[in-house]
Write a protein that binds this ligand. Structure first.
Ligand code: TYD
Ligand code: MG
Length: 454
């Protein structure tokens, strides 16, 4: 009989210990240890493994051209780098209720229409619940199989029998393997199931998409190892109470990361938003007040125009407040320091709020100049020109630094009808832009006069 071994595993980070610990020495979380019993520890002592995969010279390796299958949901395909790579393991993470099951059911429907066989494992909902959702989404196909099951061995059996092209696991936290005695959703269950799914996808060339929930802290529930194991991690973000959702690629072994796809949740499921800049600027012209500017940010391979708003006012508190939504607070503090020192803006008694409209997160330095000008126009109570877009990073001496992909940003601003764009003096612009005036600035002070409404 196999020796039964027991260990205690931190449910937060996967740290293992022989005995129970109140606090995890690795991640510092409290009461996170759970006993896990494994019936088979033979794996770790095997030494005579068949060596059928010896080292090869790089030049001798034959390249398999990766086959990508498009779902026809272009935003979804783009985030994945141009479709789902055959035989890859993808993790789709997101808050409960954000629309993970919805998008994968829609994608399954589309895959079926191009003749692929899809097995949708629903470990959380019954088959009739899925049917109800499919009716709502207009998904009809004889190639789509729904299997409501939580036991991994049974799931595997059906994958082996059916040989589908795609398997969807909804969700990894709800399935369990009988090889391990801990409950579904525990670190070792997730790790074991994910490992087996990995080997299914690689050996049988089946693309597997796994849904993973996100914890209250915003991490993908379960161990970090889950992210390391899969080929691609995409995350669904956005406010459950607003209708749009942002799909973001966090890790991609087959493509670009930081790519975003934007969707809107409607009565008939998720609809792609093909022109997101237009959506983010929908209300811009009607609501323009001092303290608002338009920047061109670059998300993955796509430029996006978003509105930045700043509100500056006398503080009623002993220490002024600085609040940033959608941009990094430390970036805002740095910009404020530069403004105080380099252009003499006195903000020591002022509260400063900076907000990105539309719930977008802007994490690149190219937004600096737009943020600075939003703050300055608010302090001086002037309106920034509604036809001018802004890009540029601010250095500590108040200089404007060059940004990447400048042509793409200018093209996007021109496409949306902007008449002027303020860019860093250091940027060389290739190409001919006829409908937009390009204004180069070297210092913040130069940008101020250029942006004020004329
Ligand atoms: P769901 O895909 O079940 O979320 P998740 O799998 O990420 O937990 O969908 C979440 C929400 O979307 C749900 O509250 C209802 C809403 N919804 C719509 O608004 N329209 C639709 O067509 C569908 C299918 C869902
Ligand atoms: Mg779901």
């Amino acid at each position: 009989m196999a020796k039964v071994k027991s260990k205690y595993v931190c449910q937060n980070c996967g740290y293992e210990s022989a005995g129970y610990l109140g606090k995890c020495p690795d991640c510092g979380s409290w009461s996170s240890f759970v006993e896990e019993v494994s019936g088979d520890d033979a794996r770790s002592v095997k030494t005579d493994l068949p060596d059928n995969n010896p080292p090869v010279k790089l030049s001798d390796i034959e390249m398999n051209t990766e086959i990508r299958i498009k779902t026809n949901i272009s935003e979804f395909d783009r985030v994945l780098g141009g479709g789902i790579v055959q035989g890859s393991l993808i993790l789709l993470a997101g808050d409960p209720g954000i629309g993970k099951s919805t998008i994968l059911l829609q994608a399954s429907g589309e895959l079926c229409t191009v003749g692929k066989k899809v097995l949708y494992i629903s470990a959380e909902e019954s088959a009739s619940q899925i049917k109800l959702r499919a009716e709502r989404l207009g998904v009809k196909s004889d190639n789509l199989y729904i299997y409501s099951q939580t036991n991994f061995e049974l799931i595997k059996k059906h994958i082996d029998e059916m040989k589908p092209d795609f398997v969807i696991i909804d969700s990894i936290q709800a399935i369990y393997t009988s090889l391990i005695q801990s409950s579904a959703g525990s670190v070792s269950q997730i790790r074991e199931c994910c490992n087996s799914l990995m080997s299914i996808s690689k050996t049988k060339n089946i693309s597997v998409i796994v849904i993973g929930h996100v914890t209250k802290e915003g991490n993908i529930a379960g161990p970090k190892v889950l992210e390391h194991m899969v080929d691609t991690v995409i995350q669904f973000e956005g406010d459950k109470y607003k209708s749009y959702r942002i799909l973001r690629s966090i890790k991609n072994r087959f493509g670009n990361t930081s790519e975003v796809g934007i969707f809107e949740m409607g009565v008939n499921g998720l609809v792609e938003i093909l022109n997101p800049s237009q959506m983010f600027l929908k209300e811009y012209n009607q609501t323009q007040t001092p303290g608002s500017t338009i920047i061109v940010t670059n998300e993955g391979t796509r430029p996006l125009l978003v509105e930045i708003q700043a509100l500056v006012g006398m503080t009623p508190y002993p220490a002024p407040r600085r609040v940033a939504n959608g941009v990094d607070l430390s970036r805002v503090l740095q910009i404020l320091a530069v403004l105080e020192k380099r252009i003499g803006l006195n903000l020591s008694k002022q509260d400063v709020y900076v907000n990105v409209i539309g719930g977008m997160d802007v994490n690149e330095p190219a937004a600096d100049l737009g943020i600075a000008l939003a703050i300055i126009t608010c302090v001086r109570d002037v309106i920034a020109d509604a036809q001018t877009a802004i890009v540029g990073e601010i250095g500590l001496s108040g200089e404007i630094r060059g940004v990447n992909h400048i042509e793409k940003r200018i093209t996007e601003a021109q496409k949306l009808g902007f008449k002027r764009i303020i860019i860093p003096g250091a940027n060389e612009v290739q190409g001919d832009f006829k409908e937009i005036e390009i204004i180069k600035v070297k210092r913040i002070i130069d940008a101020i006069t250029k942006v004020v409404s004329r």
